[in-house]
Design a binder for this molecule. Structure first.
Ligand SMILES: CC(C)(COP(=O)(O)OP(=O)(O)OC[C@H]1O[C@@H](n2cnc3c(N)ncnc32)[C@H](O)[C@@H]1OP(=O)(O)O)[C@@H](O)C(=O)NCCC(=O)NCCS
Length: 179
């Protein structure tokens, strides 16, 4: 994965009904560690990273790069959304395309926050790179993620086997300008 391309970062914070999407700050460090060390979050992502390693190696303000949004609820980070470029994706249908990823703390699951935040991030994306499709890869066993992908308008391109599991590759076609 590489960065999206020449985009101004961080953007002005994006406000939705309940959330704010913003660039990461030093105060998010503890939440990033919780996110990356959580076995529940990484059930379908190849397993968590050891907390001690994260404490040791994570920079003061992690995730400070174009396309990496902190999702903030009431002043505290509840998740991360990533829009990157799938430069070396193993499936030709996805290689080189913009790629959506999302990770939320388990206590924030089940409230529609991920859907609300991802829809706003995709709207931001449509504004800066109009007409570009977005891809998304998730394990077929990851039912929550598949439901979210469908809600966001991703449709199946193909399934494939990688990282010891069956994967789902979805595509969101660019919005067609209304007449
Ligand atoms: C994938 C993930 C982001 C989905 O989170 P989520 O909270 O289930 O997703 P949504 O924001 O779409 O919320 C949907 C749920 O909120 C409920 N909900 C409650 N209030 C709601 C509201 N006001 N609006 C919308 N939905 C609401 C929905 O009914 C739905 O519940 P259900 O799952 O019991 O049917 C989360 O499980 C996660 O972070 N997983 C670990 C990381 C991961 O696997 N990422 C995928 C690879 S990129």
């Amino acid at each position: 994965m590489t960065e999206l391309g020449p985009v101004a970062w961080p953007p002005e914070p994006i406000r939705t009904g309940r959330l704010v999407l913003r660039g990461s700050e030093a105060r998010d460090r503890a939440a990033f560690i919780e996110l990356f060390a959580s076995p529940e979050v990484h059930t379908y992502l190849g397993g968590p990273r050891p907390r001690e390693e994260l404490e040791r190696e994570m920079p003061g303000a992690p995730g400070r790069r174009p396309g990496s949004f902190v999702v903030d609820l009431g002043g505290a980070m509840i998740g991360q959304i990533l829009l990157r470029r799938a430069t070396e994706h193993r499936r030709p249908a996805a290689a080189g395309k913009a790629d959506l990823g999302y990770l939320f703390l388990p206590r924030a699951w089940g409230f529609g926050y991920a859907a609300e935040a991802c829809a706003a991030a995709l709207e931001w994306f449509d504004g800066i790179l109009p007409g570009e499709p977005v891809v998304l890869t998730t394990q077929t066993a990851n039912a929550r993620s598949l439901r979210l992908a469908a809600k966001l308008g991703f449709t199946e391109v193909e399934r494939f086997h990688a990282w010891d599991a069956e994967q789902w590759l979805g595509l969101r076609s660019p919005a067609t300008p209304s007449a």
